[in-house]
Design a protein around this ligand. Structure first.
Ligand SMILES: NC(=O)c1ccc[n+]([C@@H]2O[C@H](COP(=O)([O-])OP(=O)(O)OC[C@H]3O[C@@H](n4cnc5c(N)ncnc54)[C@H](OP(=O)(O)O)[C@@H]3O)[C@@H](O)[C@H]2O)c1
Length: 308
């Protein structure tokens, strides 16, 4: 039995990781800002110890990692507003790393970054050694956060691991529902590659990487088959009996005031190479392609029946 700290335990990923670790019989401390959220109350009822804190406020982290073996920073910020994204990712990692260093018990620190630091890599297969070239604000902030973390790993042998996580999907983050509700929008011609990871596979990776990952390493976390955005959305729409997707101009969307990070995230192409992760963790993905999930979610038999 080990002792885990999860920053962002109330979030989509953090709460599912906490459930998994508690079910395995581990001790889990959840760093949360709001202990009264239904998710936190549910996890507390299952045995999670709640630590009320904010990664951007160092004074709330004193002692947070004491006695802890493994730490996950799964905090997230969506919109670029008033510097809160930078504070969360850059200051937040700095503050949490300082608390972990003081604790002296931490064997691994795992931060979930995203593919945003790669920017727009076109059709190239993107390994972890691919140049970091952010092309929108979130990528710049995450690249800075990664440099801070790697600096601690290099200069102080801090046992940090960075995950560059692809688009997460699964129950509650359902691409079919996104299409049905009109939320799935293509900016550009849609030929950009999007890499995906199912939440169940991501939780497997998180659980394994803290123990078996190489300290100081960066891992791409995506499935085996990145798809062009238009390919996936066309496939979903076809299965739903809908007409092919429309495409929108990124320049026009930016001129209309849409957030550059939203446009950048949706239009950049990152064809993620996951070989390092699979090699180091000897990992078998439950959903090696989002197509395998789609076959379960919208079986072709059902689609034929719907169309009949
Ligand atoms: N979603 C994706 O497709 C995707 C793709 C690639 C990478 N990622 C990364 O995966 C991680 C988890 O994402 P998610 O989808 O689970 O995010 P999420 O559901 O939005 O959860 C984010 C969590 O961070 C917490 N948080 C935010 N600011 C905080 C602060 N200052 N101090 C303490 N906690 C704070 C939130 O707490 P409150 O409940 O108090 O707000 C929430 O629990 C993030 O690092 C994200 O960047 C996500």
């Amino acid at each position: 039995m080990a002792y885990y700290l999860i920053a962002g335990a109330s979030g989509y990923v953090g709460s599912q990781l906490a459930e998994r670790l508690l079910a395995r019989g581990h001790r889990v401390r959840g760093l949360v800002r709001n202990p009264d959220s239904p998710t936190v109350e549910r996890l507390a009822a299952r045995g999670m110890c709640v630590w009320i804190g904010d990664v951007t406020r160092a004074e709330t982290l004193s002692g947070v990692a004491d006695g802890v073996d493994y730490v996950y920073n799964l905090t997230s910020r969506l919109a670029i507003e008033n510097g809160s994204v930078r504070r969360t990712y850059v200051d937040g990692n700095q503050n949490l790393i300082a608390a972990c260093s003081r604790a002296r018990s931490v064997r691994a620190y795992v931060f979930s970054s995203s593919v945003a630091p790669y920017g727009d890599a076109g059709d190239a297969l993107v390994s972890e050694d691919h140049p970091v070239a952010p092309s929108f604000p979130l990528g710049e902030v995450l690249a800075e956060a990664e440099r801070t973390i790697m600096g601690a790993a290099r200069d102080h042998r801090f046992p940090a691991i960075i995950l560059r996580v692809a688009a997460i999907y699964g129950p509650g983050r359902d691409p079919v529902e996104a299409v049905e509700s009109g939320m799935a929008t293509i900016y550009g011609d849609g030929r950009n590659y999007v890499s995906h990871i199912h939440i169940a596979d991501l939780v497997d990776v998180l659980e394994r990487v803290a123990v078996d990952g190489q300290p100081g390493a960066i891992y791409n976390v995506g499935d085996d088959e990145p798809l062009r955005q238009i390919e996936l959305l066309s496939e979903v729409r076809q299965r739903l009996g809908m007409v092919p997707p429309r495409t929108f101009s990124p320049a026009a969307a930016l001129a209309a005031g849409l957030d550059p990070t939203v446009i950048g995230t949706l239009s950049a192409s990152v064809r993620l190479d996951n070989r390092r992760l699979k090699h180091d963790l000897a990992l078998t993905l439950r959903y090696p392609s989002i197509r395998a999930w789609l076959d379960e979610r919208l079986p072709v038999d059902e689609v034929i029946a719907l169309g009949a």
